[in-house]
Design a protein around this ligand. Structure first.
Ligand SMILES: [Fe+2]
Length: 306
């Protein structure tokens, strides 16, 4: 695969300092005023000023200069204007207005998470001992940026841009509504969904397991219960456990664990899902504000004014 990872995301918000403080609390490591790192992915988030909340830039990693040439050729063949700079190819998606930067990047090498012994019916694997997760006290630290979900004002154009142009593969889709796309072996690294205006729906950050999701989310909610959006639950498409929280600019941020992987493209059969049940296998009812964020009208007004 020419593409092998998401490298980083740059988010524009009106309230940089407040939003940056939130992501530090979320568990990212602050490198300086506006840049943040994950444990395994290195620098993966930048927060800059923008009159309305949005993604300004999304980074995708490739292995070598030949991959950059291929990406430039794909974008040209797809009729997309792209720039080749020293060691990157950049282009703007007309549907989401996001600038994509394809650059040469090291792979995300992840040390295997320790296997936690679990008791199950007829199988007392833990022996005579308390469960390990109950003694965790350290701050939850996301391992990597997993995926970004973008509202697109032109879904078809965005799908073409990201698949035919940039080189993402389609893992699954929801008819006329959204496409789950991957640039790695994760089920999805990007989801583009039809929307009346381009906006950032959420960024999603991988943690080791469902206990880390619970610990991370409850720590944030203990400080401010209004941050809750949706969770704990398990998605149907992608299979991951999730909990969504809201940053001070209105962007959702997700802790996730145990997402499907697509190791062998030949063995995966993309499906087209038809209704809301595709969204989750179990969890609280999906809140209306998850499907259409409360500030959508405000974002539309700001987009038309800018
Ligand atoms: Fe997600």
């Amino acid at each position: 695969m020419a593409l092998h990872r998401l490298t980083s995301v740059c988010i524009g918000v009106p309230n940089v300092a407040e939003t940056a403080a939130y992501y530090e609390e979320f568990g990212l490591t602050r490198l300086d005023d506006d840049r943040f790192a994950t444990v395994d992915g290195g620098e993966q988030l930048r927060i800059v000023h923008s009159p309305r909340r949005r993604v300004l830039e999304l980074g995708v990693g490739v292995a070598d200069p030949d991959d950059l040439d291929s990406a430039a050729a794909r974008l040209a063949a797809a009729g997309v204007a792209a720039s080749r700079i020293a060691d990157a190819v950049t282009a703007v998606d007309p549907g989401t207005q996001v600038r994509v930067v394809i650059s040469i990047a090291d792979p995300v090498l992840q040390a295997a998470a320790p296997v936690i012994a679990q008791n199950a019916p007829g199988q007392a694997d833990r022996g005579t001992a308390r469960a390990e997760p109950i003694d965790r006290r350290d701050h939850v630290r996301p391992r990597k940026l997993g995926h970004v979900v973008l509202g697109s004002a032109d879904l078809e154009a965005s799908e073409r841009f990201f698949t035919d142009g940039v080189g993402f593969k389609v893992s699954d889709s929801i008819a006329d509504a959204a496409s789950f796309l991957r640039c790695s072996t994760d089920h999805h690294n990007l989801l583009v969904q039809a929307a009346p205006v381009s906006f950032l729906h959420h960024t999603s950050w991988q943690v080791d397991d469902v206990d880390e999701i619970g610990r991370g989310a409850t720590a944030l909610l203990n400080k401010d219960p209004a941050r809750h959006v949706w969770g704990l639950g398990r998605h149907h498409v992608g299979s991951n456990f999730f909990w969504y929280l809201k940053d001070p600019a209105g962007n959702f941020s997700e802790y996730y664990a145990d997402m499907d992987c697509i190791i062998d493209d030949q063995l995966w059969k993309p499906e087209i899902w038809g209704d809301i049940r595709a969204l989750y296998s179990w969890g609280p009812p999906v809140p209306g504000s998850f499907l259409a964020p409360d500030d959508l009208a405000e974002l539309m007004a700001a987009a038309h004014g800018s």
